[in-house]
Ligand binder design. Sequence first.
Ligand code: NAD
Ligand code: DAU
Length: 331
Amino acid sequence: MRLLVTGGAGFIGSNFVHHIVEHTDHTVTVLDALTYAGNRASLAGLPSERVRFVRGDITDAALVEELFAGADAVVHYAAESHNDNSLDDPRPFLDTNIIGTYTLLEAARRHGTRFHHISTDEVYGDLELDDPARFTETTPYNPSSPYSSTKAGSDLLVRAWVRSFGVRATISNCSNNYGPYQHVEKFIPRQITNVIRGIRPKLYGAGANVRDWIHADDHSSAVLTILEKGRIGETYLIGADGERSNRDVVELILTLMGQPADAYDHVADRAGHDLRYAIDSSKLRSELGWAPRFGDFEGGLAATIDWYRDNEDWWAPAKDATEAFYAGKGQ
Ligand code: NAD
Ligand code: DAU
């Protein structure tokens, strides 16, 4: 297959491109605007006969039209992805996540292209800490932030284009990813690179909030499975049973990095901070036979710490500006 991957220079998109090169014979065209979050170095070393890079915007209808003409399937990762940025300036989230997805769907409609839309568990809002429930494909949408509301809007556009125009699309909603190539603005890489730099990790509020962690490579294998075997029009939740409180994760990072487990600071909480996410991925597992390979969060986290230690050239250029942004917000 000839795959078009939007956002393929970002964190999860680049992990997916590496996964495709390693596990399939597909060729990949990456369409990425290289915003502050995109990094060509995340695709370094991949064979040029398998991976082509095009710098461009998913809201550019003429460029999108041209690229769809040469694609058998499209996997759509491109997005503004960070909740804290969306609280600061929501506008780019509307442009990319809503108008960008609309632009791609119109091209998919014209070309009849197989389309897979990458989304998030945040569209479902949050769960109470003591609630045994987890999100399923039938949980009602209830997003909290500008980011998650634009992702919810993009999911609904995909559903409408399937029903009204027969677009051959699937959707996946995944929980929090960790692994290599994640921007230092995000929780886990921020704390790892803080410790490397001798800065104390920063925990929002009390740190009781729970996230459901999955390794980015497991997300990639799930997306490939859905692309190959998923039923058109269906939504699949992706998760690896990785619930942990933020406090537990910070303490584990500090311990794995040889520091006292309590050597962190509590800082201002995020506005509207979702309490807990938890995914029930039984539909994906039972219908399509997918299973995660990184069962051990501690082992995956240790490997991720090693990756940031070994790849300071990759993350250092973004570190100071990211910390200045947080300092301005008391975080
Ligand atoms: P990221 O911010 O690391 O990467 C986003 C990429 O999209 C960047 O390379 C950026 O340059 C590109 N991009 C942004 N706007 C663009 C535009 N207008 N045109 C073309 N390219 C553009 O994000 P990520 O964490 O890798 O997330 C990727 C996708 O996965 C998003 O759709 C996100 O909602 C979803 N998701 C993320 C997580 C997570 O834990 N990070 C979990 C579930 C779902
Ligand atoms: O659930 C999937 C979502 O996971 C994706 O849709 C988003 O794109 C992705 O960014 C992520 O969203 P979160 O807001 O959960 O991730 P973030 O890494 O920003 O924060 C994780 C948790 O850690 C959250 O409860 C906020 C907290 N946090 C974050 C930072 C940056 C801290 O306590 N301290 C920090 O410095």
